[in-house]
Design a protein around this ligand. Structure first.
Ligand code: SF4
Ligand code: SF4
Length: 190
């Protein structure tokens, strides 16, 4: 009975791994674990796993652990790893894919505030056509519960004209909103 359960679990992780590789265009078996990506990654010191370890876990079929990892949320997409990888693995895109799939599959988000920030950022772009810093701050602060985040520097930045309390609406914001609409339709049609 245990053998049957193990085989089913292995098959499930194999098909999820194929989905990850297909959507990210990253073949994890190309990685030979040199560690160059981990050495240049600016967030490894605060994450649970390094990018090298994430790839190693995928090679071993540990998809559940990878979906729950903080690394996939803390990756800032700087591209240091990708530009230095001797096997040309696009790790930032792999992490993007893992974030999307982990949410779609209902895994707990390891870094909730990163998810809230990403979502708040996109909402301001959807409604104003570009980043609206003050709106992003208000949305993020209220949704994350970090009510005073950034409040120490905001008045000074406004005084210097670096940020405005009002959004700068772009001309093509209707088209930008349509991109979001189309993306939602594509997701629904999947
Ligand atoms: S740099 Fe590339 S080959 Fe080396 S461990 Fe990282 S992903 Fe693997
Ligand atoms: S893209 Fe992500 S994983 Fe790669 S070095 Fe930058 S933060 Fe680290």
């Amino acid at each position: 009975m245990e053998q049957v359960a193990m085989n089913t679990a292995l098959k499930a992780s194999e098909s999820t791994l194929s989905e990850i590789e297909h959507k990210s265009h990253v073949d994890v078996n190309r990685c030979f674990q040199c560690g160059t990506c981990a050495a240049g990654c600016p967030v490894t010191y605060i994450s649970d796993y390094s990018p090298r370890q994430i790839v190693k876990m995928l090679q071993a079929g540990m998809v559940d652990e990878v979906f729950k990892a903080s690394m996939i949320w803390l990756c800032v997409g700087c591209g240091n790893c990708y530009s230095r990888c001797p096997r040309n693995l696009n790790i930032p895109h792999l992490h993007d894919t893992l974030r999307v799939l982990s949410k779609e599959k209902g895994y707990p988000v390891a870094e909730k505030n990163v998810d809230v920030f990403n979502d708040s950022f996109l909402k301001t772009v959807q409604y104003t056509g570009r980043l609206y810093e003050a709106g992003l701050t208000m949305l993020y602060n209220t949704r994350s519960g970090n009510f005073m985040s950034g409040m120490d520097v905001a008045p000074g930045m406004m005084k210097l004209g670096k940020i405005s309390p009002f959004p700068h609406l772009i001309k093509g914001r209707k088209e930008v909103a349509n991109i979001f609409k189309k993306m939602r339709e594509m997701k629904g049609a999947k």
